[in-house]
Design a protein around this ligand. Structure first.
Ligand SMILES: Cc1cc2nc3c(=O)[nH]c(=O)nc-3n(C[C@H](O)[C@H](O)[C@H](O)COP(=O)(O)OP(=O)(O)OC[C@H]3O[C@@H](n4cnc5c(N)ncnc54)[C@H](O)[C@@H]3O)c2cc1C
Length: 382
């Protein structure tokens, strides 16, 4: 016998949990089916952009979390050889968002707050989705614990593996990016090492770049590694120390609290919906970690979808969901993918001069786009 609810969500990552909470706040009954036995504790996203902070505040979870993260008001670009530098103050976005700053906090420190805000029993762990059936009136999901669930709609927030996407017959176009990423963690306060650094810095030399992100306990140093280099070669102390020394001259021996190499994939579902199944988050799009946008875009998918589902459940036309799906697909194709891929700087050392030359209006456009303010609400019902 199927257990009934209004909306079923596959996956209790940040996107599935945000969607479930946004629906719950609208009085919609939701059940989340999660494959794992507990929330993921993997270190992944670090960056929460202004519209995502606005969303978390709207969901009522941000205020107690904020003091535990790092508020970043200023971004630094610095050329290593000459010391030429420029900064951009995100405060210029104050007219457009209640949170005109980036906030750095581990993704896995935020998901428990979303879970805690949901009604007890809303998330069922060890219940990965294994089967799907759809008809005119609703959708039925089968879960690995033997349970069966029935709802008006189901949403696949089950990450890159996209089980529900596959069961619904939605295709995906994807490829691996050529480069991988070397991530080094240090407890050293890099504000004392790099002049002008607040919580985010892009350092350039003639041959490449390095990003510095301040997290609550450590700094992340992010380097691209070329396709021909093996993971073992990238992790070798001589290579790691050499990379650090190139961008932080004189500090190649700074304390290292951790290091890893990860690959980055590009993928886009061919549609955000098939019948009564919809997609959000990594199940619908994957991109480079540059700019820290993919989880943020997934939470924007969730917020706009919750608003749309709310209208449909109140009697609005089903077409609103197809409009939402088309709008979010356009955001991925036209903004998220190109922006997080970026152009490869022909002359990395000229990047600082390029940023320094922006007029105030150009800087505002750059800040809006880097903060995703122009794409977050696309697809929300009018
Ligand atoms: C190193 C790294 C750094 C990153 N940095 C950033 C950043 O700074 N900013 C940013 O925006 N993004 C960043 N990202 C991307 C971000 O981590 C993902 O976009 C985000 O986790 C996507 O959330 P999600 O809920 O869609 O999917 P996931 O977090 O993958 O969650 C999916 C959930 O579904 C569950 N599941 C899987 N299969 C099933 C099934 N069959 N049934 C039920 N449940 C299932 C999984 O167990 C999981 O709990 C980074 C990623 C990496 C790897």
């Amino acid at each position: 016998m199927a257990e009934e609810t209004d909306i079923l969500v596959a996956g209790a990552g940040p996107v599935g949990l945000a969607l479930a909470l946004a629906l719950t706040r609208r009085g919609v009954a939701v059940r989340v089916l999660e494959k794992r036995e507990a929330l993921s504790a993997a270190s992944r996203a670090s960056t929460f952009h202004p519209p995502t902070l606005d969303a978390l505040a709207e969901l009522g979870v941000l205020a107690p979390l904020l003091p535990g993260g790092v508020r970043v008001d200023r971004i630094l670009w610095r050329q290593v050889e000459t010391g030429a530098a420029t900064t951009l103050d995100l405060g210029m976005l104050a007219a457009e968002t209640g949170h005109p700053f980036r906030w750095h906090r581990e993704q896995q420190d935020v998901t428990p707050a979303l879970l805690a805000a949901l009604p007890p029993g809303c998330v069922r762990f060890r219940a990965g989705v294994t089967g799907l059936a759809q008809d005119e009136a609703g959708v039925t999901l089968h879960a690995a614990d033997g349970s069966t669930h029935r709802a008006r709609y189901a949403v696949g927030c089950d990450g890159a593996s996209g089980t529900l996407r596959g069961l619904a017959g939605i295709g995906v176009e994807g490829s691996d990016y050529a480069h991988r990423v070397l991530r080094i963690l240090t407890p050293r306060d890099l504000r004392k090492v790099v002049p002008g650094l607040d919580g985010l810095g892009y350092l350039y030399d003639a041959t490449g770049s390095c990003s510095l992100l301040r997290m609550p306990e450590v700094w992340r140093l992010i380097f691209r590694i070329p396709p021909e280099m093996t993971e073992a070669e990238a992790m070798e102390p001589a290579h790691v120390r050499g990379r650090i020394g190139r961008f932080l001259p004189g500090h190649q021996n700074l304390e290292i609290a951790g290091q890893d190499v990860y690959g980055v994939k590009r993928a886009m579902a061919t549609s955000y919906c098939a019948g009564r199944v919809l997609l959000a988050g990594d199940a619908a799009h994957l991109t480079n970690t540059r700019g820290g946008m993919n989880m943020n875009a997934g939470i924007h998918d969730a917020m706009t979808l919750a608003a749309t589902l709310g209208k449909v459940l109140e009697g609005g036309p089903d077409r609103l969901l197809q409009d939402w799906a088309a709008a979010r697909l356009r955001v991925v194709r036209d903004a998220l993918l190109p922006r997080s891929e970026g152009r490869v700087a022909a002359d990395p050392a000229a990047e600082v001069a390029r940023m320094a030359a922006l007029t105030p209006d150009q800087a505002l456009v750059w800040a809006r786009e880097a903060s995703m303010l122009d794409m977050a609400r696309v697809g929300a019902p009018g």
